[in-house]
Design a protein around this ligand. Sequence first.
Ligand code: B1M
Length: 211
Amino acid sequence: MADLNKLYQAILTGDQKTAVAVTEEALAEKIDPQVLINQAMIPAMTEAGNKFECEEYFVPELLLAARAMKASLALLRPLLAERGAEPVGRVVIGTVKGDLHDIGKNLVASMLEGGGFEVHDLGADVPPEKFVAAVREKNPHLVCMSALLTVTMPAMRTTIQALKEAGVRQQVKVMVGGAPVTPDYAREIGADGYADNASSAVKKARELLAA
Ligand code: B1M
């Protein structure tokens, strides 16, 4: 039987090969992808962050852990997406300018796909003008921004401002999230919604579109 602790350890130590092998084994055994994400993958990345904070890990270790997590997540993505039925709305999503953290954003994107949304992922380090161009081109109902650094959070405000200046702010809802982002901050910068994890992001996206 697939060992979730082995998956946790593999991600924590950046052992991509083992992470992928255990994920494949778990999927063959029909273990719910959400169980793998919540009980092994996210806790492993959280622990990697703790180790980074107390200088037991440095950037190379974080990169290896992230690489292992992304490789496992790539296997789960199609299954998460499969869960959706009819498209319930169109979403443009990205990690804001200056910020390279994309694991949480990828998870939110996958869960939104799984929730039936059509998702256009702009990637990481996305400047405001690229969000504006994507709104014009894709005509989404919702713009989602992720930030993991306190120093990149202001790029969310700048992006909302750019949407206003381009005259497209009224045609979309804006949702923000990421570890340092708070509901108060979301309100302060004029976002329409905030979610603190990938599951609640899907719920909030539905609420925003229904409003
Ligand atoms: Co960096 N990093 N990192 N990092 N990194 C953090 C964020 C940090 C908290 C680590 C620490 O000090 N404890 C710290 C930020 C401190 C701060 O500003 N408050 C930090 C730092 C300082 C840095 C660098 C500056 C380090 C350096 O170079 N000296 C540097 C910055 C680079 C840059 O972006 N310009 C850097 C670099 C990196 C790596 C490249 C090595 C790597 C990222 C690889 C990648 O993403 N491709 C990395 C990693 C892996 C982390 C940690 C360890 C893990 C982040 C992660 O993936 N978590 C992180 C510490 C930590 O979080 N414990 C850390 C798992 C992921 C599933 O969770 O992203 O929070 P998360 O997403 C969640 C929710 O936040 C939410 O849902 C997701 C799923 O539940 N969510 C949303 C996210 N976006 C959302 C959007 C929504 C709604 C919900 O709506 C739109």
